[in-house]
Design a protein around this ligand. Structure first.
Ligand code: FAD
Length: 391
């Protein structure tokens, strides 16, 4: 594993750090706690600033309007942007659009790219990725997928019920996972414009944490007619493509979460150094120093696991074990670090002044979305038992 950082990547990382300090963190003061998102006019202004500073869609190849970073370079830059929960969206590299861009770049044909991919990269539209279904449909276990598309001439008739589709309210299109002719083996991805007759965004589901643009939504597809030209990739490629999307998308979550875990501990450090109690500084107490030490160990190991998985993926290797290890470790680390930071900051940590309470609410989803911790443990354990992976 080569961990040297090319000069060009170091420069982009420095730019990302400056953007977070100078633009994103001050803008967090505009965050609307009651509705769980940033005011749109401010977001649009700050997105222009991100473009001006050369930080737009950093993860894409230069030919596609990005910065040409490989996945390790992306880890270095995203972990800086992740220090502010609003910075990734301002730079058009937040979930789900970032993962959807990656997928469309890989699998969309020229016509699909023109209609969906290019406007998404330019930040003109938003998208959603609709996989999860209410029971008994697909959740942690995708083999229980119930959404179905029946072939009818040169169209497919799509019927299904999805939920927790991030960003769907106001999205222009969705990438929908569906069986075909009730065959699980033929599971495919369909590009569905949100003005298609028969499609309903039922509701933005109320959740713990902030919503981000477009919320987390329940969706219905009732006899939605999708032309065969709107199949992403080929019929039957749904699961292969979902692995292409989910591997890197889980890792880019980890990259951003590393940034937020670091920021939380920095907020706590600032407080601990300032606070005087029991004849000294809070930071002088060994019990507090150990909280920082434990956080440093967890953040560092999570980041190294993320870099390792990124390195395997950039070499086109099989990174499933490494991605599961990173996703498990970093999502748990994020939750532990924010919890410790709140504890260190006492009542002030519990308030909205320090933003830790917002991070805390948002972080809980990290242990569930994109595969709960238990599913990743299952995958890791199975691979070890079968001898496919070693210690
Ligand atoms: C904030 C947020 C955003 C999301 N965005 C999207 C999105 O954009 N698109 C989308 O399709 N989905 C999205 N999801 C859904 C997410 O991917 C699912 O929540 C996840 O895959 C788990 O599925 P489930 O919620 O149906 O849990 P279930 O499958 O019902 O599992 C319930 C619980 O069972 C336990 N469990 C699971 N597997 C095992 C095991 N092997 N052994 C023991 N216990 C186990 C876990 O504790 C798990 O939490 C989002 C979820 C959240 C919270």
């Amino acid at each position: 594993m080569d961990l040297s950082i090319p000069k060009e990547v170091e420069e982009i990382r420095a730019k990302a750090k400056a953007f977070v300090e100078e633009v994103a963190i001050p803008a967090e003061d505009h965050y609307d706690y009651d509705h769980g998102r940033m005011p749109e006019p401010i977001v649009q202004k700050l997105r222009e600033e991100a473009k001006k500073r050369g930080l737009w869609t950093a993860h894409l190849p230069k030919s596609e309007g990005g910065l040409g970073l490989d996945l390790v370079g992306t880890a270095l830059v995203f972990s800086e942007l992740g220090r502010s929960p609003i910075a990734p969206y301002l730079c058009n590299c937040d979930a789900p659009d970032e993962g959807n861009m990656h997928l469309l770049h890989l699998a969309a044909n020229a016509e699909q790219k023109k209609k969906y991919y290019h406007p998404l990269v330019e930040g003109k539209i938003r998208s959603g990725f609709a996989m999860t279904e209410p029971p008994p449909g697909a959740g942690s276990d995708p083999t229980t997928l119930s959404t179905n598309a029946e072939k009818d001439g040169d169209h497919y008739i799509l019927n299904g019920h999805k939920w927790y589709c991030t960003g769907a309210n106001g999205a222009s299109f969705l990438i929908v996972m569906s069986k075909v002719n009730d065959s699980f083996r033929r599971t495919s991805m369909f590009l569905v414009p949100t003005d298609a007759p028969g499609y309903t965004m039922v509701q933005e589901i109320g959740v713990l944490g902030s919503h981000g643009p477009g919320g987390h939504c329940e969706l219905k597809f009732e006899n939605v007619k999708v032309h065969e030209s709107q199949v992403l990739g080929k019929i039957g490629e749904g699961f292969r493509l979902s692995q292409e999307r989910l591997g890197p998308a889980r890792l880019t979550h980890c990259m951003r979460w590393i940034g937020l875990a670091r920021r939380s501990m920095e907020i706590a450090r600032e407080y601990a150094i300032k606070r005087e109690l029991f004849g000294g500084k809070l930071s002088d107490h060994q019990g507090i120093q150990w909280m920082f030490a434990e956080s440093a160990l967890e953040i560092e190991s999570g980041f190294l696991l993320t870099l390792k998985a990124a390195d395997i993926l950039r070499k086109n290797g099989d990174a499933r074990q490494a991605v599961s290890l990173a996703k498990w470790q970093v999502s748990e680390t994020l939750n532990k670090c924010i919890d410790r930071a709140i504890q260190i900051c006492g009542s002030h940590g519990f308030s909205r002044y320090l933003k830790l309470e917002l991070f805390y609410r948002d972080a809980r989803a990290a242990r569930i979305a994109d595969g709960p911790t238990e599913t990743h443990k299952m995958v890791i354990g199975r691979n070890l038992m079968s001898g496919k992976e070693n210690f």
